[in-house]
Design a protein. Structure first.
Length: 186
């Protein structure tokens, strides 16, 4: 039974289908579904593919640089790399210059898998945007790149953290709880 003290319906709000965050998440869900279906035979997630693909480009990378390149946190990167290593697709070893660092590279099997996946991955990405004409596809990619670049950190490609976001956009939240800060125009 509904709580009599809480109004039911009739709220004027910002519709979900007009919110960029909701739409970005929804499009990501659609893409992951397409990727999972079209690349099912390879048993690789989009995150794992991003790691494999980046290693395919760089040849070798330390885990921290690799995480930064694919915009992942250390825990997610480590877990995904462990799973790829368990399948003999990636080899990790202690760094030669810095014994605290782990360097990663594709194994021959990882390279072969990456090559074998290429056509299916391209189909998944194309299926994500196929309802747009080529000019719209290019415009969407350009706008997404612009937004990502604008929200990445000033020089290192790291996304803004909560403190940065609070300073830039203001508003109440955990980052500003319990303290007053001067804000422009307010």
């Amino acid at each position: 039974m509904a709580d009599p003290g809480v109004p039911q319906g009739g709220l004027t709000h910002w519709p979900l289908d007009e919110r960029p965050g909701f739409l970005a998440r929804r499009l990501y869900q659609i893409h992951v579904s397409l990727f999972s279906t079209l690349c099912a035979e390879f048993a690789v997630t989009p995150v794992q593919y991003s790691l494999l693909s980046t290693l395919g480009e760089t040849g070798e990378a330390d885990q921290t640089s690799l995480a930064r390149a694919v915009a992942l946190d250390r825990t997610t990167t480590t877990g995904a790399l462990k799973r790829l290593e368990g399948r003999d697709l990636v080899r990790r070893q202690v760094g030669t210059r810095d014994r605290r660092a782990q360097t990663c590279r594709l194994t021959p099997a990882g390279h072969a898998l990456l090559v074998a996946m290429e056509a299916a991955v391209r189909r998944a990405h194309q299926a994500t945007v196929e309802r747009l004409d080529p000019a719209e596809q290019a415009q969407l990619i350009a706008l997404m790149q612009k937004l990502v670049a604008a929200h990445d950190g000033p020089s290192d490609g790291e996304p803004m953290d909560g403190e940065d976001a609070m300073r830039r956009f203001g508003g109440a939240g955990p980052a500003s709880a319990g303290r007053e800060e001067s804000r422009p125009n307010g």
